[in-house]
Design a protein around this ligand. Structure first.
Ligand SMILES: [Zn+2]
Length: 123
């Protein structure tokens, strides 16, 4: 076996130090975005489905995100039953009102920033 000689040109572009600095900038940005998500305030809101909310504000990082699931019946000969992810909810710590997030995709997107996620399969 004879190895093929190869001749690589000098690496163009940013230096190792510049790449390292850029990584640090990106990490700092990600940390800031996570902090911003945790510090986002949501308002306890009156909804037709749930009744009156108190109007109080809560920090997402202090709340539990309740993830609902609903049951899909088996169908045909091959379709098994399964659970499908439903809406998110949070309980207002000021008044205990259940706030439903079915119409709030911006808040639902912040699910990872909540203090905890609780999966429910009961309703
Ligand atoms: Zn409330």
């Amino acid at each position: 076996m004879t190895r093929i000689p190869h001749f690589q040109p000098a690496l163009a572009g940013p230096s190792d130090a510049e790449v390292e600095a850029a990584r640090a900038v990106i990490a700092a940005r990600e940390a800031a975005l996570e902090q911003q998500a945790r510090d986002t305030l949501v308002q306890c809101t009156s909804q037709i489905a749930t009744g009156k909310g108190c109007g109080g504000f809560s920090r997402i990082g202090d709340l539990t995100f309740i993830q609902t699931h609903f049951y899909i019946e088996p169908h045909g000969c091959t379709g098994g039953d399964y659970w499908r992810q439903g809406e998110g909810r949070f309980i207002c710590p000021h008044c205990g009102h259940v706030n439903r997030l079915y119409d709030s995709p911006e808040v639902t997107k912040l699910k990872p920033a909540f203090k905890a996620v609780e999966d429910r399969h009961d309703d």
